[in-house]
Write a protein that binds this ligand. Structure first.
Ligand code: C2E
Ligand code: MG
Ligand code: MG
Length: 421
């Protein structure tokens, strides 16, 4: 059996700096993908060091198999590898390369360790026109890896927002509320960045408990999933939103509304019937309803999910991928997912003016949206500077506290009138 690749940190740094130097002349970018087999120590313990070595060698060989250029793959730590992507012309190439890395590492490792057992985390950095030094490029990839490690998913191209997980205590109250349909939907405007007008809104669940105030919708959604009431909750949300659309229509406003549908319902064939029934009952035009699903929902269940989503799309409903950038989507999914829209997660938007890495990720996502002819929404815009910058980058819609916080249905039309003055 071969010994694993020795650690070549020094050679890596020298090679990286040469590629960065070369990118000065043709104003290309250098990408860096950092791969960490987080649980190698456990594999060593469980299966023995020989198996650990085999795993390391496997990962190295797989990475080598997809590198077309010499001196781009190195082992730089006990269980860390890097993959340099030199002379990149379009940022979306980085996403494509990550897709490849994930794919080759998902093949089964020879021997006892199956890749399903491997806990692999990936960090990424993009150095445009040699703007960053060699050390800073590595540091950026390490920060991205650190964020990936802090997140649930195995692969990430940046930050993840940590979602609150708590409160079994509210389960009982939730059941009662659901029985009484005692929730509310707030509506947050989405501004058309080209025209400055508001024709769209996202419906957001609001649940108030006396003395406690608002409980996060994410908690409500978690409880619903836990007690098997996701469908009932979504049914209430969709019917309420569609009925509201009809109400606004009667008042002379054709507002498109997006509803959030949780991951575990994407696989359910009942979702299509629910959407269809609701639009028929309230007599609302199909293409004014958008279904927002999180990126992770799309990744989790490919087959059933694709079928249901394709059906919805063929029917005429718009599909939007929410929190984009926090999970890991293989670009090839976009061929199958009939999405109309991507929503850049707010964790990238919030600090994009100060944080170069966030800015680059936003640019990559915009690039991806253009590549697949998807509309782009940026969420979490909290100031004019961010709005202006996103507009300049070609973002289609903006949503955020800077324009408006989510508001009760009754406040929406008065807000619209003030906005249009
Ligand atoms: P989301 O779908 O990504 O919704 C955007 C969230 O960002 C909303 O939080 C919104 O209030 C907040 N937001 C918008 N602009 C800004 C801003 O400029 N700054 C900041 N700090 N926040 C901003 P909210 O209403 O608390 O909802 C959180 C999440 O809960 C939603 O994220 C969505 O995943 C889930 N959710 C909300 N309503 C529903 C629902 O009816 N069904 C399902 N399944 N999930 C829902
Ligand atoms: Mg949403
Ligand atoms: Mg979101």
């Amino acid at each position: 059996m071969s010994a694993p690749e020795p650690i070549h940190r020094h050679e890596f740094l020298s090679s990286l700096s040469q590629f960065i130097e070369a990118s000065k002349t043709d104003t290309s970018s250098v990408g860096l993908i950092l791969v960490d087999i987080v649980n190698l120590p456990q594999i060593n313990n469980l299966h023995g060091y020989a198996q650990g070595d085999k795993t390391l060698q496997f990962c190295f060989d797989q990475l080598l198999s997809i590198s077309r250029i010499n001196d781009t793959v190195y082992r730089i730590g006990n269980h860390q590898f890097v993959f340099i992507l030199p002379a990149i012309k379009t940022p979306s190439f980085v996403a494509l390369a990550m897709n490849k890395v994930v794919k080759v590492l998902q093949a089964d490792v020879a021997g006892n360790v199956k890749t399903a057992e491997l806990d692999i985390k990936i960090g990424v950095a993009l150095n445009k026109s040699a703007a960053l030094s060699t050390e800073k490029t590595l540091l950026a990839a390490e920060t991205s890896l650190k964020n990936a490690k802090a997140s649930k998913g195995h692969f990430t191209i940046g930050k993840t927002t940590s979602k609150p997980k708590q409160t079994d205590a509210y389960e009982h109250i939730f059941r009662e509320k659901l029985k009484a349909n005692d929730f509310e939907l707030y509506y947050q405007p989405k501004v058309n960045m080209l025209t400055g007008t508001i024709e769209r809104a996202e419906a957001l669940l609001r649940w108030q408990i006396p003395d406690k105030g608002f409980i996060s919708p994410e908690v409500a959604v978690d409880i619903a999933a836990k007690i098997g009431e996701s469908f009932a909750l979504t049914k209430w949300v969709i019917h309420t939103a569609v009925r509201q659309m009809k109400q606004w229509e009667k008042e002379g406003y054709l507002i498109s509304v997006a509803v959030n549908v949780q991951a575990d319902l994407v696989q359910s064939p009942e979702l299509f019937n629910l959407v269809q029934d609701s639009l028929a009952i309230w007599g609302v035009d199909k293409n004014r309803l958008t279904v927002e699903i999180t990126e992770s929902a799309v990744i989790d269940d490919k087959e059933a999910g694709f079928d249901n989503l394709s059906k919805l799309k063929a029917y005429g409903v718009q599909l939007s991928i929410d929190d984009f950038g926090t999970g890991y989507s293989s670009l090839s999914y976009f061929k199958h997912i009939p999405a109309n829209e991507l929503k850049i997660d707010q964790s990238f938007v919030r600090y994009m003016l100060e944080n170069r890495q966030d800015q680059q990720i936003v640019k990559i996502i915009i690039e991806i949206a253009k590549l697949f002819e998807l509309k782009l929404v940026a969420e979490g815009i909290e100031d004019q500077e961010t709005y202006d910058y996103l507009k300049q980058l070609g973002c289609d819609y903006g949503q955020g506290y800077h324009m408006a916080k989510p508001m009760p249905a009754d406040d929406f039309i008065p807000f619209l009138k003030r906005h249009e003055k």
